[in-house]
Ligand binder design. Structure first.
Ligand SMILES: [Zn+2]
Length: 197
């Protein structure tokens, strides 16, 4: 069945559960293996549905990462260094974007980033009591987090925690070693994302 090419399909009623709510839709479904084929039409319907869910139940889209005092202090320091004002939740949201989309794929930074979670700079942010911070995530970013969540086995909150601590640790490490080139590069990426946010 795994090799099914879905040659014969029919339009059938389907539903999928998302954050405890049901998304009902019609989609082409394979007559043989019953795979539901999500085309652009279904995708568009889903976008509309999830946006209306967000409007009605924004509380469902709140992620609660936990951080140590030194992480939050360092984060606030980065925020204060920005030329414009932006709140913590927005920065935390941007962290996971920048980290996963840019840092982990940027040739000369990716190598440094790969082992960061076992180095002292990361341990510095990870050690000690932690408290939760509420981050409301927009639907499209929430979907990204869920995709990453499936790929990595980490919860959305954990992804934000790891991205944030990794970014701050990379900046701290580079600054400590007086190699400000990469720290500057990471900060610049964060800023450009925040400007667009
Ligand atoms: Zn099939």
């Amino acid at each position: 069945m795994t090799d099914c090419e879905h040659i014969k399909t029919s339009l059938k009623k389907n539903s999928e559960e998302f954050l405890g709510h049901k998304f009902s839709f019609k989609a082409e479904t394979c007559d043989i293996c019953e795979a539901v084929l999500w085309d652009d039409v279904v995708n568009k319907k889903f976008q509309i549905w999830i946006n209306s869910l967000y409007k009605k139940h924004a509380d469902l889209f709140v992620v609660q990462p936990r951080f140590t005092k030194q992480t939050l202090d360092s984060l606030d320091q980065e925020i204060n260094s920005l030329a414009f004002s932006v709140n913590r939740a927005v920065v935390l949201r941007a962290m996971s974007y920048v980290y996963i989309d840019d840092i982990c794929t940027l040739p000369d930074v990716a190598e440094h980033a790969a082992g960061i979670s076992v180095r002292p700079a990361y341990e510095y942010f990870d050690t000690g009591p932690k408290r939760p911070v509420k981050v409301r995530v927009r639907p499209h970013h929430y979907l990204d987090l869920l995709t990453w969540s499936k790929l990595t086995g980490l919860s959305p909150a954990r992804i934000i925690e790891k991205s944030t601590m990794s970014m701050l640790a990379l900046i701290k490490e580079q600054t400590d070693e007086n190699e400000s080139y990469q720290a500057g590069k990471i900060r610049e990426m964060m800023r450009s994302i925040l400007r667009a946010a």
